[in-house]
Design a binder for this molecule. Structure first.
Ligand code: ZN
Length: 183
């Protein structure tokens, strides 16, 4: 498997079918991007979760570690899953400009968003927790007020969904070459 940026690759072998291997990598690759961007595990770890151990191992795999930060991978992930843009901080100036034009308390550029927020309980502890875990932007960057509202909506949807819900559309992140081995 090669990352689309071409800088990283990873060799894996499987006794299962190729379809199985691809599903597996798709599953974990996308999940890890979600976790890196939001700062929270997709499912809060529970010792009862039988896949917990597997996830631990996978989280340390070099390719996944790389691709969760790789601009090429992030770009294709965001193309398919634009609701994650609110987790990509803006340059500080841009965030400030946006906030000035879009002051909290006044009407915003997206009244629909305001309406949804107004009708949803904001004191949900789990949502507050998720918001706390979102990684802080590095110094010259910031989240705008609009982005933080979108993050809140994102988590509100997440906590009210079934545990099988995935907030993202899964995509194949890697270029896979197959090397058959005869036994
Ligand atoms: Zn890459």
């Amino acid at each position: 498997m090669t990352c689309p940026c071409g800088h990283y690759d990873y060799v894996d072998s499987t006794a299962e079918t190729l379809a199985h291997a691809m599903t597996y990598h798709r599953e974990h690759g996308n999940r890890i991007i979600h976790e890196k961007l939001t700062g929270s595990p997709l499912f809060q770890g529970s010792p009862l979760d039988p896949t917990e151990k597997e996830k631990e191992i996978v989280n340390h795999m070099r390719l996944y570690q790389h691709s969760a930060r790789c601009p090429e991978v992030l770009r294709s992930f965001l193309d398919c899953n634009p609701m994650y843009w609110c987790f990509i901080p803006l340059p500080w100036d841009e965030a400030v400009t946006e906030n000035v034009a879009n002051r909290p308390g006044n009407s915003t550029t997206d009244p629909n968003l305001d309406a949804v927020i107004a009708t949803t309980a904001v004191d949900n502890r789990r949502v507050a927790n998720y918001l706390d875990n979102v990684p802080l932007p590095p110094t010259p960057y910031a989240f705008s007020y609009r982005q933080i509202k979108q993050q809140r909506l994102f988590f509100e949807r997440l906590v009210t969904s079934s545990i099988h819900y995935r907030p993202y559309i899964k995509l194949d992140l890697y270029n896979i070459a197959i090397i058959p081995v005869c036994k």
